[in-house]
Design a protein around this ligand. Structure first.
Ligand code: NAD
Ligand code: USQ
Length: 393
């Protein structure tokens, strides 16, 4: 299958592009490398030293003989995007290429606008290019579990059947996102759903939970293929951050009470879920939604697991409940469905001691690269960035 992976230089996209290429698909990465410049602007770096994308791809081809084409450009640049799609003629577009940090989107008005314009316009451009150039192509779009928020009822996969005043319908599940970033994903969802209805496009929205881990079969083939692993207060996510904090002796930063519960998955399952979605395209006109996570945890539970695994390795791990920089429920009901990908054959890698050990070992290996000043959160939901500290606007 011919697949374009937008955002293929990023955390999920890099692992996925290699995985699909390894499985024999004809893969092109489309990325404007903006994530590398956001890191520069915020003066942060991934824990793991990632090579320039061209070197990564050269090494990949040397090792496997399976070339991956590179298209450097912006999904928001329609002439570039449409020409790339026209020329490559993909059968699937896996769309990761968005600004994906909730704290980044809450830094300031400028960052909120940048996030929503980047994400909504890029996604809309893909929809128009599909309509006009590749109407049979399958869009595999990365959404987020955070679109649903934390309702006091079970979370279904995209749709809910409701009876109201004696009538019944199956409707999009209500959305209560918790940041301007998460809101951008809701806007994307609405645009994709509409495009499927009016133009007969086919799309799968993968509402992914928080991803953890760094190693996949392909990225561990060579040091030059290593994936990024963010630990800073803007782009770092819960479990990855906790492992790196444990490695450098920083107290684990549980925000508030720590009862915030989310869906989580191993990056080895991310790549597999995408492959499954590509191999089983939606029908023309169909807008499918799958919840892409394998287990639910509260942040306190994760911190306890990291503490236990770290202690076994001889690390002195403590947990600190820091003031929550976000506005979110810290104790709530959470029960989300996730059976559709399992029904299609996903065999999950559940969070295990061996995964925690391996992640802690990676963290220990690179811990000299950690900038301790970047660990505590500096962006608050109420006031944005603490500017003099974060140096970001
Ligand atoms: P990332 O920041 O590591 O990678 C995103 C990539 O997209 C970067 O390489 C960036 O340069 C590129 N990009 C951004 N805007 C672009 C544009 N306009 N045109 C071309 N390229 C662009 O992020 P990630 O963690 O790999 O996340 C990928 C996707 O998966 C995002 O859409 C995110 O919302 C979703 N997701 C991520 C997680 C997670 O835990 N990391 C969880 C759920 C969903
Ligand atoms: N949290 C802590 N301590 C930390 C970091 C986070 O307690 O040091 C808490 C947050 O307050 C939140 C939860 O952990 O309640 C998750 O936060 P996160 O930063 O791990 O993840 P989030 O901001 O939700 O965003 C990440 C990705 C995003 C993706 C989302 C999936 O950056 O791209 O969409 O996970 S989900 O959470 O399912 O919406």
């Amino acid at each position: 299958m011919r697949v374009i992976v937008t955002g293929g230089d990023g955390y999920c996209g890099w692992a996925t592009a290699l995985h699909l290429a390894n499985r024999g698909h004809d893969v092109a990465i489309l990325d404007n490398l903006v994530r590398r410049s956001w890191d520069n602007q915020l003066r942060i770096e991934t824990l793991t030293p990632i090579a320039p994308i061209q070197r990564r791809l050269e090494r990949w081809e040397q090792l496997t003989g399976k070339p991956i084409e590179l298209m450097v450009g912006d999904c928001c640049d329609y002439p570039f995007l449409s020409e790339s799609i026209r020329r490559f003629h993909p059968e699937a577009i896996v769309h990761f290429g968005e600004q994906r940090s909730a704290p980044f989107s809450m830094i300031s008005r400028e960052r909120a606008v940048e996030t929503q314009v980047n994400n909504v316009v890029g996604n809309l451009n893909i929809l128009f290019a599909m309509r006009d150039l590749v109407p049979d192509c399958h869009l595999v779009k990365l959404g987020t579990m955070g679109e649903y928020g934390t309702p006091n009822i079970d979370i279904e996969e995209g749709y809910i059947t409701i009876e109201h005043n004696g009538r019944k319908d199956t409707l999009p599940y209500p959305k209560q996102p918790g940041s301007f970033y998460h809101l951008s994903k809701v806007h994307d969802t609405h645009n994709i759903h509409f495009a499927c209805r009016i133009w007969g496009l086919r799309a799968t929205d993968l509402n992914q939970g928080v991803v953890y881990g760094v190693i996949t079969e392909e990225t561990e083939m060579d040091e030059l293929l290593i994936n990024r692993l963010d630990y800073d207060g803007v782009f770092g996510t819960a479990l990855n951050r906790f492992c790196i904090q444990a490695a450098v002796g920083h107290p684990l930063t549980v925000y508030g009470k720590g009862g915030q519960t989310r869906g989580f998955l191993d990056i080895r399952d991310t790549v597999r879920c995408i492959e499954i979605a590509c191999n089983n395209p939606a029908d023309s006109g169909e807008f499918r939604v799958y919840n892409q996570f394998t287990e639910q945890f509260s942040v306190s539970q994760l911190a306890e697991k990291v503490k236990e695994a770290g202690s076994k390795m001889g690390l002195d791990v403590t947990i600190e409940h820091v003031d929550n920089p976000r506005v979110e429920r810290e104790e709530h009901y959470y029960n989300a469905k996730n059976t559709k990908l399992l029904d299609l054959g996903l065999q999950p890698h559940y969070l295990s001691d061996s995964l925690l050990d391996s992640l802690l070992n990676v963290a220990v290996k690179y811990r000299d690269r950690v900038d301790m000043k970047e660990i505590l959160p500096r962006v608050t939901w109420k006031k944005g960035a603490v500017e003099e500290a974060a140096g970001v606007k």
